[in-house]
Ligand binder design. Structure first.
Ligand code: GLU
Length: 427
């Protein structure tokens, strides 16, 4: 499906956001949503664009562009990660902020949706340059964020250290008073939560287990393929391996490796740490990224970037199930084609929700200054993410639709109820 974009501002034309708009419209029809509410849900509330000048190691100054899009705040403070990547632009951040809004809603979290980003290849920056960039970006958006306003977190290209610099910069600018609740995904020593680093990957595996279960199958002995070996993909691979899944293929930027009997994931993590590539892993065959898409698998877990499966390659997908560890890896039209072919797809807004769920726990712990045990955290993560899956599964069966349509339906319905209760300001 495509819209007439003649009068649409450039930053609302990106494929990820266009995809989200289509999903919102379809959810509107499915759940009979008030058209006034639907119109409001199709537009980001606030898009902040900032210049980020950075002193580089050679003493030159480079000016980067940073974004923070605050999409919707009906359900609570804005929440969503910050991405550092060379392909980041405003339209991508708008799309990701929309997804965060529906993710937080379907998960039942007390948050609105936001996303941030800087157009930069972080692998090309030294530690000092990355710190300078993070501090200036934080300073530029600091009046718009805060523990009760908007709480960033890690995403592609950022990590706990980045969040530590963000927290420090924000706190220094608030008179030097430490405010851990301004950001989640921090190191444990400064108010981070146990379990946060592996949370997205663990959530992906809880959901993979549950999705197999409703189809009368088990994760144990299943063959899995994982695209992306960053924070999400590597943790998902490890937790799936620990549960007896055969992770037969894994790829990252420059290709990956395959072993039909299952890869030894702890050794592969070590190999990747040392060699910065998945290729050349002992006992495995090197493969290209596109081979993973066509491979016959019980489940494919795309855990990298958006738009990797679209109408062009959907027909070649070899997996029986797709669990979206990344945000937006399968387009809506590709979802329909795959669903009609009997491929079970668990959408991103549920499948990768583990990250923001444990972010929520981190924020609560920071506010209470009382920290929980890891078992407690993982147990609560499992119960929230499973509840979102079950509600969506029931809706999918009742309405006879795919899981993405059902999840969007549940998310948009919850937003509609809250927006109608709050009313339109000023009237
Ligand atoms: N970046 C993650 C996501 O896309 C986590 C967001 C958060 O914890 O706020 O869901």
């Amino acid at each position: 499906m495509s819209y007439n974009l003649d009068n649409t501002p450039e930053h609302l034309k990106g494929p990820l956001f266009q995809n989200a708009l289509q999903a919102i419209d379809e959810a509107g029809t499915l759940m009979k949503i008030d058209p006034n509410i639907l119109a409001r849900l199709k537009s980001p509330r606030r898009c902040i664009v900032v210049s980020v000048p950075v002193r580089m190691d050679d003493q030159s100054v480079q000016v980067f562009t940073g974004y923070r899009v605050q999409y919707n705040t009906t359900l609570g403070p804005y929440k969503g990660g910050i991405r550092y990547h060379q392909k980041v632009d405003l339209s991508e951040v708008v799309g990701l902020a929309a997804l965060m809004t529906f993710k937080n809603s379907v998960l039942g979290l007390p948050y609105g949706g936001a996303k941030g980003g800087v157009t930069v290849d972080p692998t090309k920056l030294s530690r000092t340059e990355k710190q300078n960039l993070t501090r200036r970006y934080t300073s530029e958006i600091s009046q718009f964020i805060g523990p009760a306003k908007d709480i960033p977190a890690p995403d592609v290209g950022t990590d706990p250290q980045t969040m530590a610099w963000l927290m420090d910069t924000y706190s220094q600018e608030q008179g030097g008073f430490t405010q851990p609740g301004v950001v989640t995904g921090k190191p444990i020593e400064i108010g981070g939560s146990l379990g946060r680093t592996g949370a997205t990957g663990l959530g992906v595996v809880y959901i993979t287990e549950r999705a197999f279960e409703v189809q009368g199958k088990t994760i144990k002995g299943s063959s899995l393929g994982i695209q992306g070996f960053g924070n999400v993909g590597s943790h998902a691979a490890l937790y799936a391996f620990e549960r007896g899944a055969k992770v037969v293929a894994v790829t990252d930027l420059d290709g990956g490796c395959f072993n039909g009997d299952g890869l030894n994931i702890p050794s592969l993590i070590e190999h990747f740490k040392q060699n910065k590539t998945l290729r050349g892993f002992k006992g495995a065959k090197d493969i290209q990224n596109n081979e993973l898409i066509t491979m016959p698998l019980d489940a494919l877990l795309p855990c990298a970037l958006e738009g990797v499966i679209d109408v062009k390659n959907a027909a070649s997908v070899g997996a029986k199930m797709i669990v979206e560890g990344a945000n937006g890896p399968v387009t809506i039209d590709a979802t329909k084609l795959l669903h009609d072919r009997g491929v079970f797809i668990v959408p991103d807004i549920i499948a990768n929700g583990g990250g923001v769920i444990v972010s929520y726990f981190e924020w609560v712990q920071d506010i209470m200054s009382f920290f929980w045990e890891e078992d407690d955290i993982n147990g609560k993560l499992k119960s929230i993410i499973t509840k979102a899956f079950n509600t969506t599964w029931d809706t999918a069966k009742e309405k006879k639709v795919d899981m993405r349509s059902a999840a969007m339906g549940v998310a948009v319905k919850r937003l509609e109820k809250a927006m109608l209760l709050r009313g339109l300001y000023p009237r």
